[in-house]
Design a binder for this molecule. Sequence first.
Ligand code: ZN
Length: 137
Amino acid sequence: MNAMGGWFRQFTMKMAVALRRFMAGRYGTDRLNMVILCAGLGASVLSMLIPVQPLNLIFWALSYVLMILAIWRTLSRNTYKRYQENRKFLQIFDRLKDRQHRYFDCPKCRQMVRVPRGKGKISITCPRCRERFVKKT
Ligand SMILES: [Zn+2]
């Protein structure tokens, strides 16, 4: 029994080392991947629940595409690009959560500008390049 336990422990340790070696230099998982996976699972559940012929096939295909995308991102070696994707996603997520402000991109330099909501039409000056533009808040 003890020898068996020792063998098992050694096996799991070897597996852990192999996994770590396999994942070395690869991106791994992040919040965006979690959302993609959840959306994939949701699509897969929907495809089973919806009895309408073309619609359930679309959700079924979508669930596969999303899950493959999540796995591909996890194994990707282009960690910088994956990190940027996640950062952008979190930024959009934060914007959606923020009900007090509106976000605009400067038309000249793409700098993100945050202004309070519900002020009507206002003239915004970009903090980076001083470009002025009018937006409805
Ligand atoms: Zn600007």
